[in-house]
Design a protein around this ligand. Structure first.
Ligand SMILES: C[S@@+](CC[C@H](N)C(=O)[O-])C[C@H]1O[C@@H](n2cnc3c(N)ncnc32)[C@H](O)[C@@H]1O
Length: 353
């Protein structure tokens, strides 16, 4: 059954309304219908979007320098396996992967063979480095509508009377944990934005799980002050289909990526609640420069344009403020005994969280 019909059915069975977080969970991750659970190509030039590891090996080779102090790596949401492919060649350590999509797990196994060990679930305790590159932006978010009359939850209903006519936003008064989180955010009504309750819970769990080491969250987003800026009054939801971005998540459920930016202040607070410390926070560009991306580039043969030109183009995508350099951030949280993290040696912005 197509994702749209399956979600419409669930909305009807729930009395005409589900939260946007539930909609996003079904549209992205539900076995059989979700975008990540299905066979769509997703990554790379022929897919819908390109992530840093998909650009080439420069990102992975540079990140490897930050990961050398760790004996074990756990990558969450490994996508096509591109990052694991580079890191397992660069580093001599155990490499574990936790991937929620069975389809992507199969693709990773085919590409990486016995270089990685796939986990079924998060271990009880973990010592080492956890990496999540562009994973948190795919976690379901709740959508909140701050109005003059109060704080509402923007959920999903069925348009009109026909059962298959598509989706429509429907407000209900926000309740419980969502209301409490929304009340702590000061914005000028009317204002619509997202709150990542699932990402916060995930971060709290990871903070408790990592008994020695660090978790690196690499993704696009801002500290709360910028995230909930008065001018960002319609939120950060974004869909990606064949390298075109648009902001209507109801167009092609199950066939395209739906994402929200990361509120890094909320993630850092969740990590602290789980008992971890914030070890560093900076832009992707600053992090990669601190890790020595220029040394990695210098290893290439500058005289050979065929070899060097693509690397230079990759560096430009990773570092330029107009591309991934400034919007993408790296947040590291972990334990007091974690080895020093070279990626935050200069330009650490954790005071902005
Ligand atoms: C946008 S892709 C990024 C893939 C890869 N990290 C990269 O940078 O190319 C998101 C990935 O995270 C996975 N994923 C989403 N939620 C997850 C979760 N809670 N735990 C583990 N993996 C998850 C998806 O199935 C997919 O592999």
């Amino acid at each position: 059954m197509p994702a749209q019909d399956r979600i419409l059915e669930e909305i009807a069975a729930a009395g005409g309304w589900i939260s946007f977080a539930r909609y996003m969970q079904l549209a992205l991750h539900e076995p059989g219908i979700g975008y990540y659970a299905s066979g769509a190509r997703k990554f790379g030039p022929q897919g819908d979007f390109v992530t840093a590891p998909e650009l080439g090996s420069l990102f992975g080779r540079t990140l490897a320098r930050a990961l050398r102090p760790f004996d074990r790596i756990l990558e969450l949401g490994a996508g096509s396996g591109a990052l694991a492919d580079v890191l397992t060649r660069e580093l001599e350590c155990e490499y574990w992967v936790l991937e929620t999509s069975a389809e992507l797990r199969a693709r990773q196994r085919a590409r990486l063979d016995d270089r990685v060990r796939h986990l079924e679930r998060l271990p009880e305790r973990f010592r080492g480095a956890v990496i999540a590159n562009e994973v948190v932006d795919a976690m379901p978010v709740h959508v909140v509508h701050w109005t003059e009359a109060g704080i509402m939850e923007h959920g999903v209903g069925i348009r009109g009377r026909s059962p298959n006519s598509g989706f429509v936003w429907v407000d209900r008064p926000a309740e419980g944990e969502l209301l409490a989180a929304a009340q702590r955010i000061t914005v000028p009504a009317p204002y619509v934005s997202e709150i990542g309750l699932a990402a916060r819970a995930w971060m709290r769990t990871l903070a408790r799980t990592v008994e020695s080491g660090a978790t690196f969250v690499i993704d696009y987003g801002f500290p709360a002050r910028e995230y909930y800026h008065p001018q960002r009054a319609s939120g950060t939801l974004m869909c990606h289909f064949q390298h075109r971005a648009h902001a209507d998540p109801f167009v092609r459920p199950g066939e395209e990526d739906i994402t929200a930016h990361i509120d890094f202040s909320a993630l850092a607070a969740a990590a602290t609640e789980g008992g971890a410390q914030v070890l560093g926070y900076t832009t992707q560009a600053q992090f990669l420069v601190n890790c020595g991306i220029t040394d990695v580039l210098a290893e290439a043969n500058v005289q050979n344009a065929l070899h060097y030109a693509p690397l230079a183009a990759e560096a430009q995508r990773l570092l330029s403020p107009a591309e991934m350099g400034e919007l993408f951030k790296v947040l590291a949280v972990g334990t007091a005994d974690c080895p020093a993290l070279s990626g935050f040696a200069s330009g650490d912005r954790r005071a902005s969280l």
